[in-house]
Design a binder for this molecule. Structure first.
Ligand code: DQA
Length: 143
């Protein structure tokens, strides 16, 4: 079955518990349910989270063979990881970068994104709804 991979970086396992005034009350399980309801028949969601850069890179490599599109919230690696950018550059399908918070309203180090150099689209500040918007976009791109 066609798959959309939803990749989440460091600290996003704590979603719902971590800085709820910034990231809200929804958990990663809620994000998965949201992505599934935004998805369409014949397309499956594979949501994964890791606190490790190399693991995220391995999953992006895996997506080369298995994913028709990627939604990625790289967490803080957004602002630091050339290696994640390089991995995404080796992926041919559409990529949407999602941030729950509006990173542009926050500290200046969050205004830089290496991943944005590759992403087809960037969503920031819509809360977890940003994941659903990204999935809806990929569904219409894939079809
Ligand atoms: C984040 C924003 C990043 O700056 C931060 O390091 C995160 C989450 C977001 O979803 O708003 O971990 O990607």
């Amino acid at each position: 079955m066609t798959q959309i991979h939803v990749l989440n970086g460091p600290n996003l396992n704590l979603l719902g518990k971590r800085e709820p005034e910034i990231y809200g009350a929804a958990t990663l399980e809620d994000v998965e349910a949201l992505c599934r309801s935004a998805c369409a028949e014949g397309i499956d969601i594979r949501l994964r989270q890791s606190n490790h850069e190399g693991q995220l890179i391995d999953w992006i490599h895996d997506a080369r063979e298995t994913a028709a599109g990627i939604v990625i919230n790289p967490g803080a690696y957004t602002h630091t990881s050339i290696a994640i950018l390089d991995a995404l550059n080796a992926y041919a399908g559409p990529v949407v970068e999602v941030h729950i918070s509006n990173v542009h309203k926050r500290e200046s180090f969050r205004h830089v994104s290496y991943v944005s150099l590759r992403a087809d689209g960037v969503i920031a500040g819509l809360g977890v709804e940003g994941y659903a918007a990204a999935v809806r976009y990929l569904v219409q791109r894939i079809r």
